[in-house]
Design a protein around this ligand. Sequence first.
Ligand code: 3AM
Length: 174
Amino acid sequence: MADDRCRVFFALWPDGALRDVLAADAGQLPAARPIARDQLHITLLFLGVVTSAQRACLLDGAAAIRSPACELTLDSIGYWRRSQILWRGARQTPPALLQLVDALHRLAQGCGVEVGTRPFQVHMTLARRVERRPRWVPPVSVTWPVRHFVLVESMLVPQRGSPYRLCGRWALLG
Ligand code: 3AM
């Protein structure tokens, strides 16, 4: 039934202290639509609209993933002209993160969820509708101790407050 469906994605979700650091320079962002502090995240795998059975399968499978923790250094700024997105990125992607993304791809496949084939790229969206690459001093690099990953529901029906709701959070192997 349509009501059982939800739009979900796996992500890295910063804790409060890291969020403060990441949001500290948001005030300097060029005029656009900056992402609110409590919505900053890194998408690991976008799954799209799934059924409740697929969602349950994803939750079960995510709990069984054994993937190592890592340190992720966000030390670059990128801009995608077509999507008009300004993002924070990483010059180096830790192999452990790629391992996690691979595991999530396998999980999605096992749950019968079709996902795109676009290679994973670390990006934390900072602002949308940025019409041209801004002249902007990139923020200092931030090292994120990645210890968890999450499943996020992205609300299909617009509502007040955050469009995101955390459905599950799992620890990585420390
Ligand atoms: O927050 P970011 O920018 O990493 O762009 C959407 C957002 O990513 C992305 O999923 C995240 C939560 O909405 N997204 C939305 N639709 C998508 C699609 N069809 C998509 N990513 C890939 N394919």
